[in-house]
Ligand binder design. Structure first.
Ligand code: CFM
Length: 472
């Protein structure tokens, strides 16, 4: 039976439909785990809330936009400093996050006046900043505060400012995935098409679904500059509010993260006829393939080949050094969803690493279709996993390194298994050629960490996960 009921789930048999062990020769499409469904009561989900999907993942990345979070202070705090998306203008987005700091009396009597006052206060404090996104949160959505009406009043009082509203409280969906969707659709319907773009190249594109984690956007931008391709808008890594109002001016939409941002690419195709091209930006083979696809679209294939040759000459020897020393390392990937299918084949082909377990917090069926098609037999595929399941899976597959977030990562560290921040990266960027060498370096350092050799046993009294010896 390819679906797996773990020991720890014996009182929650429904979990069996969320965990799949791929067997050789099986038609995997018959056995996709259930996904994008409400978390089963009795399990403690690792998921984020829908507000988080809109604010932390997409909107909060913008480098020139006040983030006005209409709710209790915790909603702002917990989506403020927990993600690493730098900007080239001094990390504006990390310094300035605003909250209406709703307290009990505001909940009782309504928070619209307080929100309006907060908007003016923020614009007064930062006279150079003219753009804002207002988000509802659970309590302000429940009491029915009309944030669109407030935004309208503020824009009337201040003609030089522009405000976008996101009505996606934490409870709006089963995970952060809902927040991606709400923001994508709101933006295309309310803001795209408002501004003209100054076209400086015969080749123009939007780069969609890359959030400048550890500097990814800035690294890839070097490639687009070399190819002479003008990026009209970055959705949303190192991006600006006004560039995103110009998305309709691009000839092509290149999509990296299809999960968080496929919606806007589809709408740009439907509403403006702009084609969508999906690529993988992690890994040498994938990045080269992505550059080739983009260049083929514009008819600049020779430029693309020259760039790939130049990057390979520079970075491939370093990648190969790590590849030699990472052969057979067993890796687990426990992140949101897309990184499972982006990474499993790239670490296998480029680094000789074997992926033995993958858990997705919020991936949909199409994510599992892709990841199971690309992943190996003998690998566990888990939807909406929880800590008890992770511990049991660790015992089953004994990974040498786990790519996951700090919450789970700090736990597995106590089992003396190294983890790498699979969300924010340890020492990124990880995209592109140079980036994948960084990923390989972080993985090498993690599995060869000399501290692990001091840890003779793990907390279960068993021999610690073996540390791969260097090949030399
Ligand atoms: Fe896309 Fe992302 Fe991800 Fe994502 Fe995320 Fe993320 Fe992720 Mo963390 S947008 S879906 S909601 S690639 S924050 S930058 S790493 S869970 S797999």
């Amino acid at each position: 039976m390819p679906m797996v009921l773990l020991e720890c789930d014996k009182d929650i048999p429904e979990r069996e439909r969320h965990i799949y062990l791929k067997v050789d020769g099986e038609d995997t499409r018959d056995f996709l785990p259930i996904s994008n469904a409400a978390t089963i009561p009795g399990t403690l989900s690792e998921r984020g809330c829908s507000f988080c999907g809109a604010k932390l993942v997409i909107g909060g990345v913008l480098k020139d936009t006040i983030q006005m979070i209409h709710g209790p202070i915790g909603c702002a705090y917990d989506t403020w400093h927990t993600k690493r998306y730098p900007t080239d203008n001094g990390h504006f987005n990390m310094k300035y996050v605003w909250s209406t700091d709703m307290k009990e009396s505001h909940i009782v009597f309504g928070g619209e006046k307080r929100l309006e006052k907060s908007c003016h206060e923020a614009f007064d404090e930062m006279p150079d900043i003219k753009r804002m996104i207002i988000y509802t949160t659970c309590p302000t959505a429940l009491i029915g505060d009309d944030i669109k009406a407030v935004a309208k009043r503020v824009m009337e009082a201040r003609p030089d400012v522009d405000i976008f509203t996101v009505e996606c409280p934490g409870f709006a969906g089963v995970s952060q995935s809902k927040g991606h969707h709400v923001l994508n659709i709101g933006w295309i319907n309310e803001k795209v098409g408002q501004l003209d773009a100054e076209i400086t190249s015969p080749y123009t594109m939007n780069f969609i679904g890359d959030f400048n984690i550890g500097g990814d956007t800035q690294l890839l931008q070097k490639y687009w500059d070399k190819l002479g391709i003008q990026v009209i808008a970055h959705f949303t890594g190192n991006g600006t509010y006004d560039d995103l109002r110009r998305m309709h001016k691009a000839q092509l939409n290149v999509v990296n993260c299809a999960r968080s941002s496929g919606y806007i690419a589809n709408e740009l195709k439907k509403q403006y006829g702009i084609p969508r091209l999906d690529i993988d930006s992690w890994g040498f083979n994938y990045m080269a393939e992505g550059i080739r696809k983009i260049c083929a679209f514009f008819g600049i294939e020779e430029k693309g080949e020259a760039l790939i040759a130049e990057e390979y000459a520079k970075w491939k020897p370093q990648l190969d050094w790590y590849k030699e020393r990472l052969q057979g390392v067993k890796m687990a990937i426990w992140t949101g969803g897309p990184r499972l299918w982006h990474w499993t084949k790239s670490v296998e082909d480029d680094l000789g690493v074997q992926v033995v377990a993958m858990a997705s917090k919020f991936g949909h069926q199409e994510d599992f279709e892709k990841v199971i098609a690309r992943g190996q037999a003998g690998t566990y595929y888990i939807d909406d996993g929880n800590e008890l399941e992770f511990f049991e899976i660790i015992d089953l597959v004994r990974p040498d390194v786990i790519f996951t977030g700090p919450r789970v990562g700090e736990l597995v560290k106590k089992l003396h298994i190294p983890y790498i921040n699979g969300h924010g990266y340890h020492n990124g960027p990880y995209m592109g050629f140079e980036g994948f060498v960084n990923l390989a370096r972080d993985m090498y350092n993690a599995v060869h960490n000399p501290l692990l050799k001091l840890a003779a046993t793990d907390i279960r009294g068993e021999t610690a996960t073996p540390v791969k010896e260097a090949a030399e």
